[in-house]
Design a protein around this ligand. Structure first.
Ligand SMILES: [Zn+2]
Length: 502
């Protein structure tokens, strides 16, 4: 059995004004473009391909790799970047024909500069090439914004069930199992989906506690054990995308039983709809969060999550409001990961390790993440920025934030700020350890992350506080200027209605 594979994966925050370019995909530690055999080298990593490659060996399936491009969430993908990657996939796929099936690795919330539905376009192009009889299966991120074109283009989808996404390898493996069973004639996947008039903040989708989405996902796991069901998926959607089809959706794949798929997709959607009020998230005011952390007993580790400036949601990564609050409060034993500021990095490197600098940091990208903050601090260390991920997400891959400076404000034991050239999302303890900071020994850790930090940091945290600082991954969805999103939709409009089968 020969299965062609490749894909394009990016999550688009349409409120991020900077487009995502091919150079972003190709920047080591920020994106990855794997060509041909390089895809197979991802075996064993904490990625979708980590699971796909291992499962192919277990199933005796020959994977025919094309091109895979993945990158940190960000602004809309430049059309030239999409076209380049799509064409590489199609050229290699054409050369590989005939194949028995196609496994496409997608995110599910990729928007292009001139088109809201990148996945729909890619699926269409692949379908045009392989024809209607070659099955196409794709794993999807939990933050997929599911479009009709996506549903029309694939034979089966399987979504992640964990947020933080610690189940990427497992989801990839499951997608390949379904595809292989289809090729062997052991299964005939049929899909049904339900798209709710509901957008939800990312933080309400977390699965390390019984969030409203987790309750539906738990039921999806039960459904997957029922006879005739191949996959059951609950998608939280990605709310920071102003596209018509953003929001919560469900997909159920059955073995040639359309009414069963329909009924179960509606059942999962009903769970989410009935709980729609519970998807509201109320983060803690900045000053309250800092005061609570400062008053905690010695030895405490407080995570102050800067959920509205989450690099993994495509934000600026240079928000300053929590840092300003720490300085104003005279906080000690605090470490901030991270503030992207290329100019500040360059100035600190020019000054050199050990020197004292006074400069404005952060708040340069736009006016949505707080103003630049003027600080005086010591340049404690300078790093090339690359490091290995070792935690529950992405283990075995490398990350890089570009050149990185640790600036110490208030002397030893004060506030350590990492200044970086590239925005990040601190979801691994090595985001501190690689830069000489031991996170278990700090009173306050400021993490620019909506939720992915939880997999690595909840185990070391005395308490996690979601902080209400400004930014384009804010839980306050009413603050976003949606223009393309379908209306009415909960929680923006009182008139949103849904019932099964609607
Ligand atoms: Zn996601």
């Amino acid at each position: 059995m020969r299965i062609a594979t490749g894909g394009i994966a990016q999550e688009t925050n349409t409120f991020q004004r900077e487009p995502t370019t091919l150079a972003d995909f190709e920047r080591p530690g920020f994106g990855v473009v794997a060509r041909g055999e390089e895809i197979l080298d991802l075996e064993g990593t904490g990625t979708v391909y980590g699971g796909v490659v291992a499962e192919a060996k277990a199933l005796g399936v020959e994977l025919v790799p094309t091109t895979y491009g993945g990158v940190m969430p960000g602004g809309r993908v430049a059309r030239s970047a999409f076209d380049t990657l799509r064409d590489e996939i199609l050229v290699a796929l054409r050369a590989a024909l005939p194949v028995d099936g196609v496994l496409l690795v997608l995110h599910g919330a990729m928007a292009l500069e001139d088109h809201d539905d990148g996945e729909g376009l890619l699926l269409d192009a692949v379908r045009d090439l392989v024809g209607p009889d070659v099955p196409i299966v794709a794993p999807l991120d939990l933050h997929t914004n599911l479009s009709d074109a996506m549903m029309a283009g694939a034979d089966a989808f399987v979504g992640y069930k964990e947020y933080p996404h610690v189940d990427m390898p497992r989801t990839g493996a499951r997608a390949l199992q379904i595809l292989a069973a289809t090729v062997r004639g052991q299964a005939r996947p049929v899909m049904a989906h339900a798209r709710l008039p509901l957008i939800a903040p990312n933080q309400s989708m977390v699965t390390t506690w019984q969030s409203p989405l987790k309750i539906a996902i738990d039921r999806a796991r039960e459904i997957e054990r029922e006879p005739g069901v191949l996959a059951a998926t609950v998608l939280g959607g990605f709310p920071f995308a102003d596209v018509p089809f953003a929001g919560v959706a469900t997909i159920v794949v059955t073995d040639d039983d359309p009414p069963l798929a329909r009924r179960l997709a509606d059942e999962l959607a009903t769970i989410c709809w009935d709980r729609r009020a519970e998807f509201a998230v109320r983060p803690v005011p900045v000053d309250d969060a800092i005061a609570e952390a400062m008053a905690a007993p010695p030895g405490s580790v407080y995570v102050l999550a800067d959920i509205a400036d989450s690099g993994a949601s495509g934000t600026a990564g240079d928000g300053t409001v929590i840092l300003a609050g720490l300085i104003a409060a005279g906080a000690r034993s605090a470490a901030v990961a991270q503030i992207m500021d290329r100019e500040a990095v360059a100035a600190c490197i020019a000054a050199g390790v050990g020197s004292t600098v006074t400069l404005a940091i952060g708040g340069r990208h736009d006016n949505l993440h707080g103003p630049p903050v003027r600080v005086t601090g010591a340049v404690r260390s300078i790093h090339e920025g690359g490091f290995a991920l070792a935690g529950p997400m992405g283990a075995g891959t490398r990350s890089s934030r570009g050149r990185t400076v640790v600036l110490e404000i208030g002397g030893p034991g004060g506030i350590e700020v990492q200044l970086t050239e590239v925005r990040g999302h601190p979801h691994d303890l090595n985001y501190f350890r690689a830069f000489g900071i031991e996170p278990t020994e700090r009173r306050i850790l400021v993490l620019k992350s909506a939720a992915h930090f939880r997999a690595a940091f909840e185990p070391i945290a005395t308490k996690v506080i979601e902080v209400d600082a400004p930014g384009i991954s804010s839980a306050n969805l009413a603050n976003f200027d949606y223009r393309a999103l379908r209306r009415p939709i909960h929680p923006l409009d009182a008139g949103a209605r849904w019932s099964p089968g609607a």
